[in-house]
Design a protein around this ligand. Sequence first.
Ligand SMILES: [Zn+2]
Ligand SMILES: [Zn+2]
Length: 398
Amino acid sequence: MAEIRDDADQISGDLTELRRAIHAEPEIGRHLPRTQEKVLAALDGLPLEIGRGRALSSVTAVLRGDRPGGTVLLRGDMDALPVAERTGLPYASRVDGVMHACGHDLHTAMLAGAARLLSARRAELAGNVIFMFQPAEEIAGGAELMIAEGVLDAAGERPVAAFALHVSSSLLPLGMLASRDGAVLAAADTLEVTVHGRGGHGSQPHMAADPIPAACEIVTALQALVTRRFDVFDPVVITVGSFHAGTASNVIPDEARLAASIRSFSGQARAKVMDAAPRVVRDVASAHGMSATAEFTDGYPVTVNDATEVTFAERVVADVFGDGRYLRMPNPLTGSEDFSYVLDQVPGAFLMLGACPPDVDPATAPYNHSAEAVFDDAVLADGTALLAELALRRLTAG
Ligand SMILES: [Zn+2]
Ligand SMILES: [Zn+2]
């Protein structure tokens, strides 16, 4: 039988066509009816059990192999971003202000391709594969919604492993795969603070309760919290990116507001900062005779790879593509991902795949989310082959 990689090369024309069709007609958020339609058309005729989401336009497809075994989940996200595309590509977005600037169009096409390749190998497949086509990665936690709607139990039993690929328009050379043990992406949360003072005349601060000096102390106290309370090898990042108070130099305002983005790389550090930061805020305000409210808005949790599964994925990459195609990342990336919700419940691995065009320097290429980000179609066949190989081999391994 031909290698999966050869099979993937055979369908690379269809993969490119599907990817470009999705790219030209991007959709944002939970409801992606046209993208869902394209996915269903690509899966049409394959021996899959297909389910659609209720709260979101997801597609869950289950392939049952002819041989007994466990279940593996493969995930591809499908949503675009509110970015006005400036790539000048012939298949650029035809929707004003919306662009597949994170490459999720490639993820969707590769997952549909993997469903096709694995369907053709149903006879050798020892178990089930769940194909998770997910909306709303960028804004609304689509993975969480799909889990609530039962994606992890779609095959009738919990998956033994879960895998996802994410393309990158920069940093990695074309076709290079990268990942690491443990945390691979950060948790990103937001802290919003209001210091409640009492306004007055700027000439008589003792008659008022000035929230501005207290808010300034809160900013520096949060930085001291980062350096004094957290392990340098399990760091957190707190950036106060917004600070607003007052209207005139001679008027003491009633309140001051600030907002911080908080990144962490372990569940322990995240829990600790979520407890400690609001306490610092309230206690500094209280020391000045004022009150403060501190509200956390949860972002996505830390994306944590399972050591065994990432080692397995490394071996598959070396076996399928040869040496020199895998980079062990020294550090996690500071972005965040809602595949983290899947990896909280199922051991697995999240791998980056370089999609920077070969004539562009990855070090200076526009990043994912840029209006100029370009993802090369050339990675589609390899990405598809890798997803299919990960499922097939993981099930064979038992
Ligand atoms: Zn993104
Ligand atoms: Zn993304």
